[in-house]
Design a protein around this ligand. Structure first.
Ligand code: GDP
Ligand code: IMO
Ligand code: MG
Length: 406
């Protein structure tokens, strides 16, 4: 019985959804603690594909309690859409299987409107995330609990007043349009009411009872508000610290799993030292089908960067690696990895030999080509963290669990 946290270690899209869905099979609780509809976590079961944005990736596992903590921001309209998509695949979340923290802040249409214009510099997902967190910090945010105490209308109008000067300057007509959206927005929020509660006692109870509790990070270490590539970051704490402030319940994380993609991708703007601009980068994008699960944007691609992964390891104390998309590297004659930085600050590379064999869904580590095994071992040795999960395909069956958390 233990506690496990799964976190992105790069700039997101490492394959967290797949890993969490896999581990959820042995968990009683899965909890999200930061982020919101900016996340896109893909899960494949056979021919069935589900992309989750705000809901924890345990929702497809029968009997699993899924919680959304106070550190997340909830977009009610999109949440309803997500629940609808789940119903379409035969999953019907109930208050017994899903709880949304009453302390979580709400992403309002105002936030999305402002992000749609002002988020361009960073290349945000346009989901209103940064402005929802900013309003939380400047204390004009709306918590989900507003749906329980009837203060929603007033809170929305007050929030709009604080944005009015900016909107009138940059988006004439927006204020009136947003005022007209109040009804739609409050109705959406009202439909979430059955799921809204103080989730802390449940989480604490599960931890105290020794249940298997799985924390699901969104985004990745390099997008962390404090420790990422600021200002090209998201607006929440994606490293391990976010899991405590984002739930309000102390927990000792026995298993701290970094999801590491076998190469690197990034969506949106900002530094990317190992980015490949030419044909190799395009080849990686094609191999990995690197297009955003939330926005469909092409992802920038490049080699693995151990220098940045060491930084992420320091922030979150990883003690296991879930290495994903190793199959996407098959057929490359050689694979480069940044092992550090030179005196000029530029990445220093080590080039390893590639392998020709298709390793999609490999049945065992022993069946992998020697060069693929050497690549895996090199990463583990360089980071001083063992690879405990090896993913060689999008389906949950295409995974080698070398050391299970439970
Ligand atoms: P997340 O945001 O970290 O959950 O990752 P995304 O879902 O945004 O992106 C990961 C993509 O890679 C998804 O399309 C997954 O289905 C896919 N994927 C995950 N693991 C593997 C793997 O080991 N091999 C391959 N080929 N695809 C994978
Ligand atoms: P998952 O959980 C990849 C990026 C955006 C942008 C920056 C800020 O699927 O890994 P935001 O909308 O959060 O204000 O955008 O962060 N970003 C992600 N990139 N995967 C994600 O989530 C992301 N969530 C945000 O592209 O560069
Ligand atoms: Mg994603």
């Amino acid at each position: 019985m233990s506690t496990c946290i799964v976190m992105g270690s790069q700039w997101g899209d490492e394959g967290k959804g797949k890993v969490v869905d896999l581990l959820a099979r042995g968990a009683q609780v899965v909890v999200r603690f930061q982020g919101g509809a900016n996340a896109g976590h893909t899960i494949w079961h056979g021919t069935r594909k589900v992309v989750l944005h705000q809901l924890p990736s345990g929702v497809l596992t029968p009997g699993c309690l899924n919680l959304v903590g106070n550190g997340s921001v909830v977009d009610p309209e999109r949440m309803l859409e997500e629940l609808e998509e789940l119903r379409a695949v035969g999953v019907e979340p109930t208050p017994d299987s899903l709880g949304l923290s009453s302390l979580a802040h709400v992403v309002t249409p105002i936030h999305k409107r402002v992000d749609g214009i002002a988020g361009g510099r960073i290349g945000t997902t346009g989901r209103g995330i940064g402005f929802a967190y900013a309003d939380k910090a400047r204390r004009v945010g709306i918590r989900l609990e507003a749906v329980l105490d009837g203060s929603l209308h007033d809170a929305f109008r007050q929030q709009l007043e604080t944005h009015r000067p900016w909107l009138e300057e940059h988006d004439p007509g927006a204020v009136d349009e947003l005022l007209r959206r109040i009804e739609l927005f409050t109705r959406a929020l009202d439909q979430l009411r059955p799921f809204v509660r103080d989730i802390r006692p449940e989480l604490q109870g599960a931890l105290q009872a020794g249940h298997n509790v799985l924390y699901e990070g969104a985004q990745g270490a390099l997008l962390d508000l404090d420790h990422g590539t600021y200002p090209f970051v998201t607006s929440s704490s994606t490293a391990i610290g976010g899991a405590l402030t984002g739930t309000g319940v102390w927990a000792a994380f026995d298993h701290r799993i970094a999801v590491v993609k076998a190469y690197t991708t990034r969506v949106g703007n900002g530094p990317f030292p190992t980015e490949l601009h030419g044909p190799i980068g395009e080849d990686l994008r094609a191999r990995g089908r690197e297009y955003g699960a939330t926005t469909g944007r092409p992802r920038r691609c490049g080699w693995l960067d151990l220098h940045l992964l060491r930084h992420a390891t320091r922030a979150s104390g990883y003690n296991g690696i879930a290495l994903t998309k190793l199959d996407c590297l098959s057929g490359l004659p050689e694979i480069s990895v940044a092992t550090g930085r030179g005196t000029d600050g530029q990445p220093v590379y080590r080039t390893l030999p590639g392998w020709d064999e298709d390793i999609l869904g490999a049945p065992s580590v022993d069946s992998l080509p020697a060069n693929a095994r050497a690549y895996v071992d090199f990463i583990a040795q360089q980071l001083g963290v063992p690879v405990t999960i090896l993913s060689t395909g999008p389906d949950r069956d295409q995974t080698l669990v070398l050391e299970a958390p439970w």
